[in-house]
Structure formats: structure tokens, C-alpha cells
Write a protein that binds this ligand. Structure first.
Ligand code: ZN
Ligand code: ZN
Length: 285
């Protein structure tokens, strides 16, 4: 059986890092067929004015990167959002939370505009900080997320959520909040989940992406959950090499788990291909 591999959540940075073309070529060489490409905060690409125009430039850069992935022959889905870390960053620069919420709303309108032109598939990342910050900033992040839920619902867009790893409470709160806004769960992706959130995400039929770490995958996949996806969350930042894994770690980790008989090839094919086709609504390879 020829195995194919997908990365369900990844970033590229053509300014600071390898850029999408080299990443996609390298991933293709090891059997990669699909990458979900997610926008980084604008200041990671060197856009540091802090306004809406930074987002427009970031989205344009993201679309060029997506084009490079397609040129390599891989399939892709493209997401742009307003990361909770951006809220902390703009507070540090002196912006008020109300002003930040207004900016986020403008950013979402811009993203929806690109979506209507068929250029952007979804919103991501939005959500809550996974690190300690002030309570008010967490609430602001949640308000931004709720706003994103409305846009995703009204435009049938997928949405990648960056959340704290709180097990049951993390997933339960997303269940309640997404139902409150009428967002269908097929459009919701809980990104970077640990096995503790994965269990609940599976139960509630959310999409979820597991980081490609040996222990995480072993624990989360041993019972062969139906909806699992795997991500590298690669940030393509040579100054922070250890923060996430590489897309090409995905085949390495999964082959290791096949060798150890934690999973079999058929199951790996299912999560690497069938689940991607269903969750991202792409044509099979
Ligand atoms: Zn994230
Ligand atoms: Zn990410």
C-alpha cells in the first residue's frame, strides 16, 4: 500500500524561513499530498505598522505561498485569522482592547471578502491564549473568536481554533460557544490538541489536529479514533527551530507507529487521506 501524507495545520514564512516552495517540495519527496496553510501574525512577515494594511499584505503573501504549494503539485487549503498572541502584542504596543476588537472585525471582513472571491478557505487561527496573560486579554480573545464564529457560520467557512490544553473544559466550552453561535461542528477544527482534548473532540464530532509528536500520536491514535488529523504546526522560523515539528516528521512518526503496531497502514491512510478529503472538502489525491 502506497502511503500518502498530509499536514493539517502549518505555516510558511518566505521572508524569514524556507518558504512554501521548499517546504512543499521537501514534503512531496516523502509522500506529502496536502498542506493546510495558515497565516502567521503580520509582524512575523515583517509588516509592523499594526493596522489593517498589514493584514492585506499578509494575505497577499499567504496567497502567493499557497500558489507555490499548488505549483509543486500538492493540494492546499488556505486560512487567515487573528491569533490570540496578536492581542497581547498590540496591547504591548499601547492599543486598547476595544480598538483591537475593532481591528479584528475589519480583518475578518477582509478575509470574508477574499473568501467570496474564492481565494481563502477558512479563518485561522483564532481562539484563546495557551499561556498566562491577563484575564481581560483572554476575554478579548474569546470575543474575537465569537466574532469569527459568526463570519464562519454566515459564509460556510472552516475555522482553526488555537486553545489552551484544558482537556474536557476546553472542548466543552467550544461546544457550548459554537452551538450558541450556530456554527456547524463540521467547520470547527481544534488545532494542536493533546490526547486529553482529542477524546472529547472525537466524542463531540469536531475536527481536531494532533501535533506530530511521538508520545501524543501514540496515546491519541492507539484506539484508532475516527476523526483524527495530524499537523506539524511548523512556523518556519529559523530562530525558533524547536517550537514545533517539521511537516516531514509526520511520515517518520507514523511509520514508527506502524512498525510498533500501534496503528496499521490502512488506518494511517484513512487519517492522512480520507479524513482530509472529508474535513477540508478537497478532491482525493
Ligand atoms: Zn496555534
Ligand atoms: Zn499554528
Amino acid at each position: 500500500m502506497k502511503l500518502l501524507y498530509s499536514d493539517a495545520h502549518m505555516h510558511s514564512n518566505p521572508v524569514e524561513g524556507l518558504g512554501a516552495r521548499r517546504i512543499a517540495e521537501k514534503f512531496k519527496d516523502v509522500g506529502g499530498w496536502f498542506i493546510a496553510l495558515v497565516m502567521l501574525p503580520p509582524y512575523h512577515y515583517g509588516f509592523k505598522n499594526g493596522g489593517l494594511d498589514d493584514y492585506r499584505r499578509s494575505i497577499e503573501l499567504l496567497l502567493e505561498e499557497a500558489g507555490r504549494i499548488r505549483e509543486t503539485g500538492l493540494k492546499t487549503r488556505v486560512l487567515a485569522g487573528f491569533h490570540p498572541a496578536e492581542i497581547d502584542e498590540y496591547v504591548r504596543r499601547g492599543m486598547g482592547l476595544e480598538e483591537i476588537l475593532e481591528l479584528a472585525d475589519k480583518v475578518f471582513r477582509l478575509i470574508v471578502d477574499y473568501h467570496r472571491r474564492g481565494l481563502i478557505d477558512g479563518i485561522g487561527e483564532v481562539g484563546r491564549q495557551h499561556y498566562s496573560t491577563t484575564p481581560a486579554r483572554i476575554i478579548a480573545s474569546e470575543l474575537v473568536m465569537l466574532k469569527a464564529f459568526e463570519y464562519a457560520r454566515d459564509n460556510d467557512m472552516i475555522i482553526h481554533l488555537h486553545l489552551e490544553q484544558g482537556g474536557y473544559v476546553t472542548v466543552e466550552s467550544i461546544k457550548i460557544l459554537s452551538e450558541y453561535k450556530g456554527l456547524p461542528k463540521k467547520n470547527v477544527f481544534l488545532h494542536h490538541v493533546s490526547p486529553r482534548e482529542a477524546v472529547w473532540a472525537e466524542k463531540y464530532e469536531f475536527n481536531y489536529t494532533l501535533p506530530a509528536k511521538y508520545k501524543t500520536l501514540k496515546k491519541a491514535l492507539q484506539n484508532r479514533p475516527g476523526k483524527a488529523l495530524v499537523e506539524s504546526d511548523f512556523i518556519d522560523d529559523p530562530r525558533r527551530p524547536g517550537v514545533s515539528s517539521y511537516p516531514w516528521d509526520i511520515p517518520v512518526r507514523l511509520k514508527q507507529l506502524i512498525d510498533e503496531e500501534v496503528v496499521d497502514e490502512e488506518y494511517v491512510y484513512r487519517i492522512m487521506v480520507d479524513n482530509i478529503v472529508e474535513a477540508y472538502r478537497v478532491e482525493p489525491p
